[in-house]
Write a new protein. Structure first.
Length: 343
């Protein structure tokens, strides 16, 4: 596994793996020798009732929500046992980039429901947890949270979904299609995979996804002029290069992102609202007023369809990055609201 370097604010915890064997996907295909990557903060109590599952976002690792974890934070390891599980295709759990038998474009396509299925096996077969206190996630992690509540309605007491979509909006699908086009336009793509890291493609991708879609214009108001913006962008590209996310992994994770719809869960036959209406877990949905990636209207619509769900607007100008620690005010707000809810 190629663990990216720790960044400021990341929590260093022992990195663990659970070997599931062959993971049969909902498509009928199989990921051979699947290994579920995860970390644990805190410890299970005597009746194993204090476990909280954290689900990372698109391209993210188990560090994605570290700003919520810690003494005095929403996810306090002194009280909760926090299991942060890496999703399929993020480069730590089995992925196109690290599979020995199905590397690159030989990897089978997977869905967010397959991520949930692997996480459930980790909890039940490896950790001995058959009931969660909560599932917490942001962006694709929030989408996994909603899927958990539809697929396994009695498995958790609560869900916290930040900037989620219950069904991927056409806008978001076009964003990821454009991001893939940035990568596929690189000369390292030979039509059947990348023969090297697509540096030019990643620079274009970073401009789209990390500079523009993750933020709003207000989020960049501190930049003085075009030259200042270009310097800031060069620094951002350097940060993304250090993370080293694999282009094959992005293709596969983003395809899963595009195709997601909780309504496709049996037995709902494509009825997204009916699937959401079946949720019995206490649900908190959070989103900023403006999100240029996952439309805030999608989060509001999901909350409106879930019985008794609470929607909270994140008072942030950062757009999709409102659900991060980029702003101390946003991080403090989320820690307060989520702590009150899961308590």
């Amino acid at each position: 596994m190629n663990h990216p370097p720790l960044a400021p604010g990341h929590l260093d915890a022992p990195h663990r793996e659970f070997a599931l064997g062959d993971l049969t996907l909902e498509s009928g295909e199989t990921i051979v020798d699947f290994r579920q990557s995860f970390v644990v903060h805190g410890a299970l109590n005597s009746d194993r009732s204090n476990a909280i599952l954290v689900c990372p976002a698109l391209t993210a690792t188990h560090h994605r929500l570290d700003f919520l974890i810690g003494e005095g934070n929403a996810l306090d390891p002194g009280r909760w046992c926090i299991v942060a599980a890496d999703p399929i295709g993020n480069g730590l759990s089995t992925s196109p980039s690290n599979s020995a038998t199905q590397p690159g474009m030989r990897f089978p396509r997977f869905a967010l429901r397959d991520m949930v299925a692997a996480q459930r096996r980790l909890l039940t077969e490896h950790l001995g947890v058959d009931r969660l206190h909560a599932v917490v996630g942001a962006s694709m992690g929030g989408m996994q949270g909603l899927q958990w509540a539809v697929s396994h309605p009695r498995f958790m007491r609560s869900i916290v979904a930040m900037t989620p979509m219950a069904r991927t909006a056409p806008w978001a699908a076009l964003v990821t299609e454009t991001a893939r086009s940035c990568l596929l336009a690189d000369p390292t793509w030979n039509g059947d995979g990348f023969v090297a890291r697509p540096e030019r493609g990643w620079r274009a991708y970073t401009g789209l996804m990390n500079a523009l879609l993750m933020r709003t214009s207000d989020a960049l108001a501190a930049l003085h002029d075009g030259a200042d913006a270009r310097r800031w962008f060069d620094d951002l590209v350097g940060q993304q290069q250090a993370i080293g996310f694999d282009a094959h992994d992005y293709l596969y994770q983003s395809w899963a992102y595009d195709a997601h719809d909780v309504g496709a869960t049996p037995p709902f036959a494509g009825d997204t609202e009916a699937a959401l209406a079946s949720i019995v877990a206490r649900t908190l949905v959070l989103a900023p007023p403006l999100d240029l990636f996952n439309p805030a209207t999608a989060a509001r619509a999901a909350a409106a369809s879930i019985p008794g769900a609470r929607f909270v607007e994140i008072p942030s100008l950062l757009g999709h990055l409102a659900a991060t620690s980029t702003s101390a005010d946003d991080a403090g707000f989320l820690n307060r609201v989520i702590a009150e809810f899961i308590d």
